[in-house]
Design a protein around this ligand. Structure first.
Ligand code: 2AM
Ligand code: CA
Length: 260
């Protein structure tokens, strides 16, 4: 199946998963590894629903996902990378800013990404080399410096030492950029870059399912997305993520590396 055909079929599945999340009222909430790392029955159910429908659409693909320790070797062949609810803490708090995120990796690189924010009814998608879209409208961002950029970030609440370092970086960012934003879903934060709402984003440690789909969407809109060395992101392990309009992203990366 070519990627355009698969993308068309996947959209229905991802929208259905988002509609399910939007109507859900979280009750049973478990802590995975600490008080900031939550999982609800809806995270698990949504991942199961996505896996069932995606494997019917594309039986040859493997799966990697945030819930139920779903790991796969992503470096060979085709693999779906799923975050059923990115922004689980927002979901639990009734903050109405969370997303369903699905990427397809081919031999370790994203070739297709979808992020759906069901409360805002915003559907972001990208196919490698074919551009990024928001509700069918092509996204093209223009370059800008950090001095003209709102800077989104994540605070790694589940890694306290990184949270402390993040606050030091923010001090340095606020000396240059007009303001910062902390919204609680890395996938949506990267999509905000694609949409030109923020000019740059960083989080010192994210998991592949947080950024696999949205990183491709940002890149296809014209953003730079890399790690602290300026290298392309990997998908086998957690990674720092820096993204943004080309100039802003490079300036932000330099600033982060100067702040210990
Ligand atoms: P989640 O809501 O799907 O868990 C917030 O800083 C961002 O970090 C969210 O995108 C959140 O995704 C992600 N996140 C939460 N816990 C994490 C963990 N233990 N490792 C990596 N990323 C995590
Ligand atoms: Ca996530």
């Amino acid at each position: 199946m070519d990627l355009e055909t698969l993308c068309g079929k996947m959209e229905e599945t991802v929208r259905r998963a988002g509609a399910y999340v939007r109507t859900a009222v979280p009750q049973a909430i478990d802590e995975k590894s600490g008080h900031s790392d939550l999982v609800t029955e809806y995270d698990v159910q949504t991942q199961r629903m996505l896996m069932e429908e995606l494997s019917a659409l594309y039986p040859e693909a493997e799966f990697m996902g945030e819930e139920e320790h779903l790991q796969a070797d992503v470096t060979v062949g085709d693999c779906f990378v799923i975050d059923p609810i990115d922004g689980t803490a927002n979901f639990v708090a009734g903050y109405n800013r969370s997303a369903v995120s699905v990427a397809l990796l081919r031999d370790g690189q994203p070739v297709l990404g979808m992020v759906y924010h069901p409360w805002a009814e915003e559907f972001f998608s990208a196919i490698k080399g074919k551009g990024a879209f928001l509700n069918g409208r092509k996204l093209t961002l223009s370059d800008r410096p950090l001095a003209d950029s709102l800077v989104g970030f994540g605070s790694c609440p589940y890694y306290r030492d990184l949270a402390q370092r993040t606050t030091r970086i923010l001090g340095a960012v606020l000396d240059v950029a007009p303001d910062i934003r902390r919204m609680g879903s890395a996938a949506l934060d990267l999509c905000d870059i694609a949409a030109g709402r923020t000019g740059a984003f960083f989080e010192l440690k994210l998991s592949p399912w947080d950024y696999a789909a949205a990183g491709l969407i940002a890149q296809e809109a014209g953003a730079k997305v890399f790690d602290l060395q300026g290298e392309p992101l990997g998908f086998s392990n957690p990674s720092p993520v820096v993204a943004g309009a080309p100039s802003a992203a490079e300036e932000l990366r330099t600033l982060i590396n100067k702040t210990k």
